[in-house]
Design a protein around this ligand. Sequence first.
Ligand code: GRF
Length: 202
Amino acid sequence: MALDSRRMRRRIAILLSGRGSNFEAIAEAVVDGRIPEAEIVAVISDQPGAPGLARARDRKLPSFSVERRPGSSRKEHEAAVARILDEARPDLICLAGYMRVLSPEFVGRYRGRILNIHPSLLPKFPGLHPQRHALEARESVSGCTVHFVDEGTDTGPILVQRSVPILPGDTEESLSARILEQEHAAYPEAISKFFERSSNRG
Ligand code: GRF
C-alpha cells in the first residue's frame, strides 16, 4: 500500500537562483499537505552559492548546482539542467526566482508543465523591477501572478493572482515585502490547482 501511494505522488522540480523563499513556501505546503500527495524530486540552481540551494540541502532534498561556465552556451547549460530533470521525472517544474530566460526549445520540451511566479499583476509590468515600475506608474494596487511559462517574457496563461494595496510612502522594499507574503500563498495554491486540473483530465 505504501508503495502505491508513493507511486501516485506528484513530482515537483524547482529551479531557483537566489534566496529561495518561494521554494521554502512550496516545500512547507508539501509537508503540511496543502499540496496533497506531492514530493519535491529536484532543486536545481544555476548559482552554486544560492541560499535557496542551501535551504534545499538542509531539507535533505535532492539538490543540484548547474553553473553556466564562462564560454559555455545557453544550449549546453540547458542540456545539463534537462539531464537532471529527465532523471528526476517531474510532473511539474516551478521557477522560483530563476534568473535565466529559457530557450524556446527548453520551453517546448516541457510545455504546459512549467510555472513561474512574478511580482506584479500581469500583464502589467512584465520583466525586471516590476515593483519599482508599479510605484513609478502610481498604481494603487499591485500583487503577484503565477503563470504558465511560454516563449515570451512573463506572458503565459495565468493560473493564480493575488493583489495587495500600494500604500502612501511605500518604497520598492516595503511593496516587495508585502507582495512576497502573498507569493508564498499563491504558489502553493497554483500548484494544487495545476495538479487538480491534470487529475481531472485523467
Ligand atoms: C520573487 O519575488 C519572485 O516573484 C521573483 O523572484 C523573487 C524570488 O524570491 N520571480 P525568492 O528567491 O523565492 O525568495
